[in-house]
Design a protein around this ligand. Structure first.
Ligand SMILES: Nc1ncnc2c1ncn2[C@@H]1O[C@H](COP(=O)(O)OP(=O)(O)O)[C@@H](O)[C@H]1O
Ligand SMILES: [Mg+2]
Length: 391
Protein backbone atom coordinates (compact mmCIF):
# COMPACT_ATOMS: atom_id res chain seq x y z
CA UNK A 1 0.00 0.00 0.00
CA UNK A 2 1.23 3.49 -0.83
CA UNK A 3 2.12 5.47 2.23
CA UNK A 4 -0.34 8.35 2.60
CA UNK A 5 0.83 11.80 1.49
CA UNK A 6 1.41 13.64 4.73
CA UNK A 7 0.01 17.16 4.76
CA UNK A 8 2.39 19.64 6.38
CA UNK A 9 1.44 20.60 9.93
CA UNK A 10 -0.72 23.67 10.25
CA UNK A 11 1.38 26.15 12.20
CA UNK A 12 0.89 29.75 13.20
CA UNK A 13 2.92 30.63 10.12
CA UNK A 14 0.16 29.01 8.07
CA UNK A 15 -2.43 31.06 9.90
CA UNK A 16 -0.46 34.23 9.21
CA UNK A 17 -0.06 33.38 5.54
CA UNK A 18 -3.78 32.73 5.33
CA UNK A 19 -4.50 36.09 6.99
CA UNK A 20 -2.23 37.83 4.48
CA UNK A 21 -4.00 36.16 1.56
CA UNK A 22 -7.47 37.07 2.86
CA UNK A 23 -6.43 40.69 3.53
CA UNK A 24 -5.15 40.96 -0.04
CA UNK A 25 -8.45 39.72 -1.42
CA UNK A 26 -10.36 42.25 0.73
CA UNK A 27 -8.12 45.01 -0.60
CA UNK A 28 -8.70 43.85 -4.19
CA UNK A 29 -12.46 43.59 -3.76
CA UNK A 30 -12.61 47.04 -2.26
CA UNK A 31 -10.40 48.36 -5.05
CA UNK A 32 -12.72 46.87 -7.67
CA UNK A 33 -15.92 48.10 -6.02
CA UNK A 34 -14.63 51.59 -5.41
CA UNK A 35 -12.57 51.99 -8.59
CA UNK A 36 -11.10 54.06 -10.10
CA UNK A 37 -9.86 56.19 -7.21
CA UNK A 38 -10.77 53.57 -4.60
CA UNK A 39 -12.73 56.13 -2.62
CA UNK A 40 -16.43 56.29 -2.08
CA UNK A 41 -18.45 59.11 -3.60
CA UNK A 42 -21.30 60.87 -1.80
CA UNK A 43 -24.72 60.90 -3.47
CA UNK A 44 -25.88 63.91 -5.52
CA UNK A 45 -29.45 65.16 -5.58
CA UNK A 46 -31.96 66.28 -8.17
CA UNK A 47 -34.14 69.37 -7.77
CA UNK A 48 -37.07 66.99 -7.22
CA UNK A 49 -35.31 65.35 -4.28
CA UNK A 50 -34.52 68.70 -2.68
CA UNK A 51 -38.14 69.83 -3.19
CA UNK A 52 -39.40 66.66 -1.55
CA UNK A 53 -37.01 67.03 1.39
CA UNK A 54 -38.02 70.62 2.11
CA UNK A 55 -41.70 70.31 1.12
CA UNK A 56 -41.81 72.86 -1.71
CA UNK A 57 -43.87 72.75 -4.91
CA UNK A 58 -42.19 73.44 -8.26
CA UNK A 59 -43.22 77.14 -8.39
CA UNK A 60 -42.14 77.65 -4.76
CA UNK A 61 -38.80 75.97 -5.51
CA UNK A 62 -38.30 78.14 -8.62
CA UNK A 63 -39.02 81.21 -6.53
CA UNK A 64 -36.62 80.10 -3.78
CA UNK A 65 -33.90 79.47 -6.38
CA UNK A 66 -34.43 82.92 -7.93
CA UNK A 67 -34.23 84.52 -4.49
CA UNK A 68 -30.84 82.89 -4.19
CA UNK A 69 -30.55 82.67 -0.38
CA UNK A 70 -29.59 79.01 -0.63
CA UNK A 71 -27.15 77.19 -2.92
CA UNK A 72 -28.52 76.72 -6.44
CA UNK A 73 -26.58 73.58 -7.31
CA UNK A 74 -24.88 73.04 -10.61
CA UNK A 75 -26.31 72.70 -14.13
CA UNK A 76 -24.94 69.47 -15.59
CA UNK A 77 -25.01 67.63 -18.89
CA UNK A 78 -26.25 68.69 -22.31
CA UNK A 79 -29.79 69.30 -21.01
CA UNK A 80 -28.49 71.41 -18.13
CA UNK A 81 -30.13 69.38 -15.39
CA UNK A 82 -29.72 70.96 -11.96
CA UNK A 83 -27.81 68.84 -9.43
CA UNK A 84 -27.12 69.54 -5.79
CA UNK A 85 -24.18 68.26 -3.77
CA UNK A 86 -24.76 66.55 -0.42
CA UNK A 87 -23.57 69.65 1.44
CA UNK A 88 -25.97 71.87 -0.54
CA UNK A 89 -28.85 69.47 0.09
CA UNK A 90 -28.11 69.67 3.82
CA UNK A 91 -28.18 73.49 3.73
CA UNK A 92 -31.68 73.43 2.25
CA UNK A 93 -32.86 70.89 4.81
CA UNK A 94 -31.45 72.92 7.71
CA UNK A 95 -33.13 76.07 6.45
CA UNK A 96 -36.56 74.49 6.01
CA UNK A 97 -36.63 72.21 9.08
CA UNK A 98 -35.24 74.41 11.86
CA UNK A 99 -37.42 72.68 14.47
CA UNK A 100 -35.59 69.40 13.84
CA UNK A 101 -32.16 70.91 14.46
CA UNK A 102 -30.16 71.06 17.69
CA UNK A 103 -31.21 74.25 19.45
CA UNK A 104 -28.60 76.81 20.38
CA UNK A 105 -27.15 76.05 23.79
CA UNK A 106 -27.87 72.32 23.61
CA UNK A 107 -25.07 69.78 23.35
CA UNK A 108 -24.57 66.91 20.94
CA UNK A 109 -26.08 63.61 22.02
CA UNK A 110 -24.11 60.38 22.32
CA UNK A 111 -26.04 57.45 20.88
CA UNK A 112 -24.67 53.92 20.89
CA UNK A 113 -25.73 50.86 18.94
CA UNK A 114 -25.13 47.79 21.07
CA UNK A 115 -25.92 44.12 21.45
CA UNK A 116 -23.48 41.45 22.43
CA UNK A 117 -24.36 39.30 19.50
CA UNK A 118 -22.71 39.69 16.11
CA UNK A 119 -24.64 39.81 12.86
CA UNK A 120 -27.72 41.52 14.33
CA UNK A 121 -27.13 44.59 12.12
CA UNK A 122 -25.49 46.92 14.64
CA UNK A 123 -23.05 48.26 12.07
CA UNK A 124 -25.67 48.57 9.33
CA UNK A 125 -27.99 50.46 11.67
CA UNK A 126 -25.15 52.70 12.92
CA UNK A 127 -24.07 53.79 9.44
CA UNK A 128 -27.57 54.11 8.02
CA UNK A 129 -28.59 56.17 11.03
CA UNK A 130 -25.52 58.39 10.66
CA UNK A 131 -26.35 59.03 7.01
CA UNK A 132 -30.07 59.42 7.68
CA UNK A 133 -29.45 62.00 10.43
CA UNK A 134 -26.97 63.80 8.21
CA UNK A 135 -29.62 63.96 5.47
CA UNK A 136 -31.83 65.74 8.03
CA UNK A 137 -29.16 68.38 8.39
CA UNK A 138 -27.29 67.04 11.41
CA UNK A 139 -23.53 67.00 11.91
CA UNK A 140 -22.59 63.49 12.98
CA UNK A 141 -19.44 61.97 14.45
CA UNK A 142 -19.21 58.20 14.06
CA UNK A 143 -16.91 56.47 16.54
CA UNK A 144 -16.00 52.89 15.66
CA UNK A 145 -15.16 50.97 18.83
CA UNK A 146 -15.19 47.50 17.24
CA UNK A 147 -11.65 46.19 16.59
CA UNK A 148 -13.09 44.54 13.48
CA UNK A 149 -13.47 48.02 12.03
CA UNK A 150 -16.60 47.12 10.08
CA UNK A 151 -18.07 50.61 9.97
CA UNK A 152 -14.62 51.99 9.16
CA UNK A 153 -14.55 49.62 6.18
CA UNK A 154 -18.02 50.77 5.08
CA UNK A 155 -16.60 54.31 4.91
CA UNK A 156 -14.16 52.94 2.34
CA UNK A 157 -11.19 52.87 4.71
CA UNK A 158 -9.19 49.68 5.16
CA UNK A 159 -8.58 49.05 8.88
CA UNK A 160 -5.47 46.93 8.30
CA UNK A 161 -3.51 49.39 6.20
CA UNK A 162 -5.15 52.80 6.49
CA UNK A 163 -5.72 53.08 10.24
CA UNK A 164 -2.97 53.87 12.77
CA UNK A 165 -3.18 54.04 16.57
CA UNK A 166 -3.71 57.78 16.48
CA UNK A 167 -6.78 57.44 14.21
CA UNK A 168 -8.58 55.43 16.91
CA UNK A 169 -9.73 55.74 20.53
CA UNK A 170 -6.62 53.84 21.66
CA UNK A 171 -4.44 56.83 22.79
CA UNK A 172 -7.45 58.18 24.71
CA UNK A 173 -7.96 54.85 26.41
CA UNK A 174 -4.24 54.58 27.18
CA UNK A 175 -4.35 58.00 28.82
CA UNK A 176 -2.00 59.64 26.30
CA UNK A 177 -4.81 61.98 25.19
CA UNK A 178 -7.63 63.61 27.12
CA UNK A 179 -9.90 64.56 24.20
CA UNK A 180 -10.89 62.44 21.23
CA UNK A 181 -10.33 65.40 18.87
CA UNK A 182 -6.93 64.13 17.68
CA UNK A 183 -8.53 61.05 16.04
CA UNK A 184 -11.33 62.73 14.09
CA UNK A 185 -11.11 62.55 10.29
CA UNK A 186 -13.56 63.74 7.64
CA UNK A 187 -15.21 61.12 5.43
CA UNK A 188 -16.45 61.02 1.84
CA UNK A 189 -19.89 61.94 3.26
CA UNK A 190 -19.90 65.65 4.10
CA UNK A 191 -21.44 66.14 7.53
CA UNK A 192 -20.12 62.85 8.90
CA UNK A 193 -16.70 62.61 10.57
CA UNK A 194 -15.13 59.37 11.76
CA UNK A 195 -12.96 58.00 14.52
CA UNK A 196 -11.79 54.76 12.93
CA UNK A 197 -11.08 51.33 14.36
CA UNK A 198 -8.71 48.51 13.49
CA UNK A 199 -7.61 45.24 15.10
CA UNK A 200 -5.01 47.23 17.11
CA UNK A 201 -8.00 48.31 19.24
CA UNK A 202 -7.88 44.95 21.00
CA UNK A 203 -5.13 46.73 22.96
CA UNK A 204 -7.77 48.96 24.53
CA UNK A 205 -8.90 46.19 26.87
CA UNK A 206 -5.34 45.62 28.12
CA UNK A 207 -4.70 49.34 28.47
CA UNK A 208 -7.77 49.79 30.67
CA UNK A 209 -6.85 46.75 32.78
CA UNK A 210 -3.29 48.08 33.22
CA UNK A 211 -4.52 51.50 34.27
CA UNK A 212 -6.92 49.93 36.76
CA UNK A 213 -4.07 47.91 38.28
CA UNK A 214 -1.69 50.87 38.42
CA UNK A 215 -4.15 53.42 39.73
CA UNK A 216 -6.63 52.47 42.46
CA UNK A 217 -9.88 54.39 42.04
CA UNK A 218 -9.29 54.89 38.30
CA UNK A 219 -12.72 55.36 36.73
CA UNK A 220 -12.08 53.01 33.85
CA UNK A 221 -15.68 53.25 32.61
CA UNK A 222 -15.65 57.03 32.14
CA UNK A 223 -12.67 57.39 29.81
CA UNK A 224 -14.74 57.65 26.64
CA UNK A 225 -17.33 59.94 28.22
CA UNK A 226 -14.56 62.35 29.25
CA UNK A 227 -12.85 62.11 25.87
CA UNK A 228 -16.04 62.91 23.98
CA UNK A 229 -17.08 65.84 26.20
CA UNK A 230 -14.74 68.21 24.37
CA UNK A 231 -16.41 67.70 20.96
CA UNK A 232 -20.10 67.65 21.94
CA UNK A 233 -20.42 71.30 20.96
CA UNK A 234 -19.32 70.48 17.40
CA UNK A 235 -21.72 67.66 16.60
CA UNK A 236 -25.44 67.12 16.86
CA UNK A 237 -25.11 63.39 17.33
CA UNK A 238 -22.14 61.17 18.16
CA UNK A 239 -22.92 57.62 17.02
CA UNK A 240 -20.94 54.75 18.49
CA UNK A 241 -20.71 51.34 16.85
CA UNK A 242 -19.69 48.61 19.29
CA UNK A 243 -18.13 45.15 19.25
CA UNK A 244 -20.35 42.10 19.80
CA UNK A 245 -19.27 41.73 23.42
CA UNK A 246 -19.68 43.44 26.77
CA UNK A 247 -16.05 44.46 27.18
CA UNK A 248 -14.52 47.31 29.21
CA UNK A 249 -14.67 49.29 25.98
CA UNK A 250 -18.38 48.57 25.49
CA UNK A 251 -19.01 49.49 29.12
CA UNK A 252 -17.30 52.82 28.42
CA UNK A 253 -19.53 53.31 25.39
CA UNK A 254 -22.74 52.53 27.28
CA UNK A 255 -21.81 54.76 30.21
CA UNK A 256 -20.97 57.61 27.80
CA UNK A 257 -24.33 57.27 26.04
CA UNK A 258 -27.36 59.52 26.21
CA UNK A 259 -29.24 57.00 24.12
CA UNK A 260 -28.77 53.27 23.54
CA UNK A 261 -30.31 51.43 20.60
CA UNK A 262 -30.20 47.64 20.57
CA UNK A 263 -30.97 46.09 17.18
CA UNK A 264 -32.64 42.75 17.84
CA UNK A 265 -33.71 40.22 15.20
CA UNK A 266 -36.95 38.49 16.23
CA UNK A 267 -35.62 35.02 16.91
CA UNK A 268 -35.67 33.11 20.16
CA UNK A 269 -31.92 32.88 20.80
CA UNK A 270 -31.24 36.54 20.03
CA UNK A 271 -34.18 37.50 22.23
CA UNK A 272 -32.86 35.40 25.15
CA UNK A 273 -29.40 36.88 24.67
CA UNK A 274 -30.81 40.42 24.77
CA UNK A 275 -32.20 39.76 28.25
CA UNK A 276 -28.74 38.59 29.35
CA UNK A 277 -27.21 41.74 27.93
CA UNK A 278 -29.41 44.09 29.95
CA UNK A 279 -28.95 42.01 33.08
CA UNK A 280 -25.17 41.89 32.75
CA UNK A 281 -24.90 45.58 31.90
CA UNK A 282 -27.24 46.50 34.77
CA UNK A 283 -25.34 44.34 37.25
CA UNK A 284 -21.88 45.56 36.27
CA UNK A 285 -22.87 49.20 35.97
CA UNK A 286 -24.72 49.34 39.27
CA UNK A 287 -21.54 48.14 40.99
CA UNK A 288 -19.60 51.17 39.72
CA UNK A 289 -19.18 53.99 42.24
CA UNK A 290 -21.40 56.91 41.29
CA UNK A 291 -23.03 55.04 38.41
CA UNK A 292 -26.49 55.06 39.97
CA UNK A 293 -26.60 58.78 39.08
CA UNK A 294 -26.24 57.98 35.39
CA UNK A 295 -29.26 59.19 33.36
CA UNK A 296 -30.15 58.04 29.84
CA UNK A 297 -32.39 60.06 27.54
CA UNK A 298 -33.62 56.96 25.76
CA UNK A 299 -33.02 53.22 25.60
CA UNK A 300 -34.58 51.42 22.65
CA UNK A 301 -34.90 47.93 21.31
CA UNK A 302 -35.14 47.96 17.52
CA UNK A 303 -36.62 44.94 15.72
CA UNK A 304 -34.03 44.24 13.03
CA UNK A 305 -33.75 41.95 10.02
CA UNK A 306 -37.48 41.36 10.32
CA UNK A 307 -38.98 38.94 7.78
CA UNK A 308 -42.63 39.66 7.17
CA UNK A 309 -43.39 36.05 6.18
CA UNK A 310 -41.79 34.47 9.26
CA UNK A 311 -44.50 33.11 11.58
CA UNK A 312 -42.09 32.15 14.39
CA UNK A 313 -40.62 35.65 14.14
CA UNK A 314 -44.05 37.15 14.68
CA UNK A 315 -44.31 35.17 17.91
CA UNK A 316 -40.93 36.41 19.13
CA UNK A 317 -42.02 39.94 18.18
CA UNK A 318 -44.87 39.47 20.67
CA UNK A 319 -42.39 38.44 23.39
CA UNK A 320 -40.28 41.47 22.57
CA UNK A 321 -43.35 43.65 23.05
CA UNK A 322 -44.08 42.02 26.39
CA UNK A 323 -40.47 42.30 27.55
CA UNK A 324 -39.57 45.77 26.30
CA UNK A 325 -42.94 47.55 26.12
CA UNK A 326 -42.48 51.23 25.39
CA UNK A 327 -38.73 50.72 24.85
CA UNK A 328 -39.56 48.93 21.61
CA UNK A 329 -39.02 51.43 18.80
CA UNK A 330 -41.95 52.52 16.65
CA UNK A 331 -39.88 51.47 13.65
CA UNK A 332 -38.24 48.29 12.45
CA UNK A 333 -35.62 47.28 9.93
CA UNK A 334 -36.98 44.67 7.52
CA UNK A 335 -34.65 42.01 6.21
CA UNK A 336 -34.00 43.21 2.71
CA UNK A 337 -31.88 42.21 -0.23
CA UNK A 338 -31.34 45.91 -0.90
CA UNK A 339 -29.63 46.27 2.49
CA UNK A 340 -27.37 43.25 2.07
CA UNK A 341 -26.55 44.14 -1.55
CA UNK A 342 -25.64 47.66 -0.51
CA UNK A 343 -23.32 46.29 2.15
CA UNK A 344 -21.67 43.95 -0.38
CA UNK A 345 -20.82 47.17 -2.23
CA UNK A 346 -19.41 48.69 0.98
CA UNK A 347 -22.37 51.01 1.44
CA UNK A 348 -25.95 51.38 2.60
CA UNK A 349 -29.32 52.05 1.01
CA UNK A 350 -28.65 55.78 1.37
CA UNK A 351 -25.53 55.44 -0.77
CA UNK A 352 -27.67 53.61 -3.34
CA UNK A 353 -30.74 55.83 -3.15
CA UNK A 354 -30.22 57.99 -6.23
CA UNK A 355 -31.94 56.56 -9.30
CA UNK A 356 -33.00 53.63 -7.18
CA UNK A 357 -35.14 50.54 -7.65
CA UNK A 358 -38.34 49.70 -5.76
CA UNK A 359 -36.59 47.37 -3.28
CA UNK A 360 -34.04 50.07 -2.44
CA UNK A 361 -36.92 52.53 -2.02
CA UNK A 362 -38.73 50.17 0.39
CA UNK A 363 -35.60 49.62 2.47
CA UNK A 364 -34.90 53.36 2.47
CA UNK A 365 -38.46 54.10 3.64
CA UNK A 366 -37.96 51.74 6.60
CA UNK A 367 -34.71 53.47 7.56
CA UNK A 368 -36.38 56.89 7.13
CA UNK A 369 -38.93 55.86 9.76
CA UNK A 370 -36.10 54.78 12.07
CA UNK A 371 -34.41 58.15 11.58
CA UNK A 372 -37.74 59.90 12.33
CA UNK A 373 -38.13 57.94 15.57
CA UNK A 374 -34.57 58.68 16.70
CA UNK A 375 -34.88 62.33 15.76
CA UNK A 376 -38.02 62.79 17.85
CA UNK A 377 -36.13 61.47 20.88
CA UNK A 378 -33.12 63.68 20.16
CA UNK A 379 -35.26 66.81 19.90
CA UNK A 380 -36.94 65.86 23.20
CA UNK A 381 -33.55 65.32 24.85
CA UNK A 382 -32.27 68.71 23.61
CA UNK A 383 -35.37 70.49 24.94
CA UNK A 384 -34.85 68.76 28.28
CA UNK A 385 -31.19 69.86 28.35
CA UNK A 386 -32.24 73.47 27.79
CA UNK A 387 -35.02 73.28 30.38
CA UNK A 388 -32.64 71.82 32.96
CA UNK A 389 -29.96 74.35 32.08
CA UNK A 390 -32.48 77.15 32.60
CA UNK A 391 -33.48 75.93 36.03
N1 LIG B 1 -31.95 44.68 7.30
C1 LIG B 1 -31.10 43.83 6.72
N2 LIG B 1 -31.45 43.08 5.66
C2 LIG B 1 -30.58 42.21 5.09
N3 LIG B 1 -29.32 42.03 5.51
C3 LIG B 1 -28.90 42.75 6.56
C4 LIG B 1 -29.75 43.69 7.23
N4 LIG B 1 -29.05 44.25 8.25
C5 LIG B 1 -27.83 43.71 8.20
N5 LIG B 1 -27.73 42.80 7.20
C6 LIG B 1 -26.56 41.99 6.85
O1 LIG B 1 -26.23 41.15 7.96
C7 LIG B 1 -24.83 41.09 8.16
C8 LIG B 1 -24.47 41.57 9.55
O2 LIG B 1 -24.81 42.93 9.67
P1 LIG B 1 -23.93 43.93 10.53
O3 LIG B 1 -24.59 45.26 10.42
O4 LIG B 1 -22.49 43.83 10.16
O5 LIG B 1 -24.17 43.32 11.98
P2 LIG B 1 -23.32 43.49 13.34
O6 LIG B 1 -22.64 44.80 13.30
O7 LIG B 1 -24.36 43.39 14.43
O8 LIG B 1 -22.37 42.34 13.39
C9 LIG B 1 -24.22 41.94 7.06
O9 LIG B 1 -23.85 41.10 6.00
C10 LIG B 1 -25.34 42.86 6.63
O10 LIG B 1 -25.24 43.23 5.28
MG1 LIG C 1 -20.65 45.30 13.59
Amino acid sequence: MDSPVLEPDITLATVLAQAERAANVVAQVRGAVLAPEARKQPPRFTTGQVMQAVGLTKPQMDYALRKGDLPSGELTGAVKRREFSLGEYQEWVRAYHPQEQRPQGAQGLVVSIANFKGGVSKTTVALTLAQGLSLRGHRVLVVDTDPQGSITTLFGILPDTEVQDEDTVLPLVQGAQASIRYAIRPTYWSGIDLVAAAPLLFGAEFALADRMAAQPGFEYWRVLERGLADVLGDYDVVLLDTPPALTYTTLNVLMASDGIIMPLPPNALDFASSAQFWRLFGDIASGLPGAMDKRFSFINVLPAKVESTDAAGAEVRAWMGAAYGERLMPAEVPKSAATSTASANFGTVYDASVGSSRTVKRATDAFDRLVDAVLVQCVTAWRKQLAEGAR
